[in-house]
Design a protein around this ligand. Structure first.
Ligand code: BF8
Ligand code: SF4
Length: 644
């Protein structure tokens, strides 16, 4: 297939051609080899959870050996996908909580509690006594409370209390306020064991509760504690795409999700000693760049460049310019091993829970984090001499990242009166029609970055403010959407005016996939600020992921739906079409219960239409679309208005 059909990213196209010429394989080639893929799997009607199966239900054989029907099997598979996604995010949060505690105890000396303002805010929120206590003690208590959220035997998620009150009431009514995160996941696995929950609606309700344990639990804790540890992001400039790699420097790619190691690699790469060592081997410096969500974490906080998103990971190595790729967890393709073998690139795994056969493992030791990072940077420098031919595409784009909830609040309202008021006012007066979160991955089944950027363009053109996370952020970054100098020209007049006044691009880079919780917090604040209803379900807002890959994306989608939002996925990426009942419920019925719903639409232009319809109907319901009567003043009226 021509590279243009595989990706809209010029750098990616160049590298796809380069790899093809060299006879190397990437995800697109492997997708071709896998095609056609199993129709039963696509529809979610394949069950292999017991040894009487695997069963694939069809018209001819509509029941599995145990008697399970399509509704049960599809719902069960869906819940399992949600549970896995929740586990991934939440385990990330758990790691952060553990490092947080060790830092506060003084055992993880290389980390610091960078944002103590946020620390105190969180302490207050979670009931930690702060008066006359040293910061470290407060932090330790906070960390312990956070860690307990994963396994506490009683009660519900503390952060769920952040949601608007009517939202919490809905969760209570349906008994889906999330309890301990681990409990929800374990219960999801129990319910989906052979012969347990067989009522598809009951299964789907638990999918909501499990997903909420991520959105208002594990992921939210990850974001909040990372902000305290590494700093709450504020807008700063960075660069995106493979052109950030340097021909004459040691290039290190940090790939994966947890900033625990990548933060330290970033620090080590700037140390005099290591820079001097790099000079000695003939390199002019050390460039650290990220791929996937680790990249977003580093761009958000430090303006460290991004080399690419999910589908760029193999292509980046094929530049021949990467001395090391250090990976941790999630979205790391095993295909990297083969590509790395074709070049001098040292692929290193760092998380004990994620190793790869034939790949060197350097265990990330939080108590000696900087020492581990120095060792890795040093190994990368040693590898510089093994470089042969280098092929780095030129493409890169300037990007502004760093839009945390706090920074948006600050940008909108100013330091002394940080507030969402101006955003609410501009939504109410119609300059901004609504707010949409564009999130998630890049999938080789559709041209890379195409749907994210087309949808973004369609929405900002029609005065919708876009908040973006994950690989969608990188897609937008590569095409200039997060660069206000370029993208303000693509925004509708109302949105443009607001963005220019406030000094923000029309597309706000809000971070990694765990940072979708920043969007939940922003939605809650829009409600709290007033004038836009009493619940998230009343907001002129929506979420979209048309290039979804991972089970995390399904978990995210489900927690947005269960929080009251409409979520659009590419049709082929929500494997539920094998059950009409499950489709009817997730596309329609769930809205009556929880206020949000799923929509599937693969065409980004049509998806934009659906989102805009949803936004306008929410605006109608809020009564903010009524034409304000325009009074034409005559001289008598003007005189009456004049102040005496
Ligand atoms: O957590 S967007 S491909 S990198 S799953 Fe993965 Fe999807 Fe990228 Fe980050 Ni999120
Ligand atoms: Fe088949 Fe039922 Fe076993 Fe699933 S649980 S594999 S449908 S027999």
């Amino acid at each position: 297939m021509e590279p243009e059909k595989r990706s809209i990213d010029k750098a990616a196209q160049e590298m796809i051609t380069h790899m093809a010429k060299a006879g190397q394989q990437n995800a697109w080639d492997r997708l071709d080899a896998q095609s056609p893929q199993c129709g039963f799997g696509k529809q979610g009607i394949c069950c292999r959870i017991c040894s009487m199966g695997p069963c694939r239900v069809s018209k001819k054989a509509p029941l599995g050996v145990c008697g399970a029907d399509a509704d049960t099997i599809v719902a069960r598979n869906f819940l399992r996908a949600v549970a896995v996604g929740v586990s991934a995010h939440s385990d990330h949060g758990r790691t952060v909580a553990e490092v947080f505690i060790e830092t506060s105890k003084g055992n993880a000396k290389d980390y610091k509690l960078k944002d103590t303002t946020k620390l105190f805010k969180l302490a207050k929120e979670l009931g930690v006594e702060t008066k006359d206590r040293p910061v470290n003690e407060i932090a330790q208590d906070l960390g312990e409370i956070a860690l307990a959220e994963y396994g506490k035997s009683k009660g519900t998620q503390n952060m769920a209390k952040r949601a608007p009150k009517p939202r919490q009431d809905i969760w209570a009514k349906f008994d889906i306020t999330p309890r301990a995160i681990d409990r929800e996941v374990v219960e999801a696995l129990h319910r989906t064991h052979m012969g347990v929950d067989q009522d598809y609606k009951n299964i789907l309700m638990h999918a909501s509760r499990t997903a909420l344990a991520d959105g208002w639990g594990g992921s939210m804790l990850a974001t909040e504690l990372q902000d305290v540890l590494f700093g709450t992001p504020y807008p700063g400039r960075g660069e995106v795409n493979m052109g950030v790699l340097k021909k004459d420097e040691v290039n290190i790619i940090v790939h994966g999700h947890e900033p625990i190691l990548s933060e330290m690699i970033a620090v080590a790469s700037q140390e005099e000693e290591l820079l001097a060592k790099a000079k000695k081997v003939g390199a002019n410096g050390i460039t650290v760049a990220g791929t996937c969500c680790t990249a977003n974490e580093l761009l958000m906080r430090h303006g460290i460049p991004i080399a690419g998103n999910f589908l760029n990971q193999e292509l980046v190595i094929a530049t021949g310019a990467i001395e090391m790729m250090a990976v941790d967890v999630q979205c790391i393709m095993q295909g990297l091993v083969q590509v790395a073998k074709c070049y001098h690139t040292k692929l290193i795994t760092t998380a004990d829970k994620a190793k790869m056969p034939g790949v060197e493992h350097v265990s990330m030791d939080e108590e000696n984090a900087l020492t581990t990072a120095r060792k890795l940077v040093s190994m990368a420098i040693d590898n510089y001499k093994n470089r042969s031919e280098v092929h780095i595409p030129k493409e890169k784009n300037a990007a502004v990242g760093g839009f945390s909830f706090e920074s948006i609040n600050y940008m909108l309202g100013g330091r002394f009166r940080a507030s969402f008021r101006p955003l609410n006012d501009n939504i109410i007066n119609g300059r901004i029609r609504g707010v949409v979160g564009i999130v998630g991955c890049t999938n080789p089944k559709v041209p890379q970055d195409l749907t994210h950027t087309t949808l973004t363009r369609e929405l900002i053109k029609r005065d919708v403010l876009v908040l973006t996370t994950g690989c969608a952020t990188i897609a937008c970054g590569k095409q200039g959407f997060t660069n206000p100098k370029i993208s303000l020209d693509w925004a509708g007049p109302g949105l443009r005016e607001v963005c220019e006044t406030v000094g923000i691009p029309p597309v706000l880079a809000c971070g990694s996939c765990v940072d979708n919780t920043r969007l939940l917090v922003a939605c809650t604040e829009l409600v709290r600020e007033g004038g836009l209803g009493n619940d998230i379900s009343e907001l002129p807002a929506a979420g979209a992921c048309l290039e979804s890959v991972s089970e995390k994306a399904i978990a995210i989608g489900q927690y947005f739906v269960a929080s009251g939002a409409m979520v659009v996925f590419g049709k082929e990426f929500l494997p539920i079409s094998g059950s009409q009942n499950v489709c009817d419920y997730l596309f329609k019925g769930i809205e009556n219960d929880l206020g949000g719903r799923w929509v599937v639409e693969s065409d980004p232009v049509k998806a934009a239409e659906l989102i805009l319809q949803n936004i306008e109907s929410k605006r109608d319901a809020l009564g903010i679309n009524k034409e304000k009567e325009r009074k034409l003043y005559d001289m008598a009226d003007r005189r009456a208005l004049a102040v005496e």
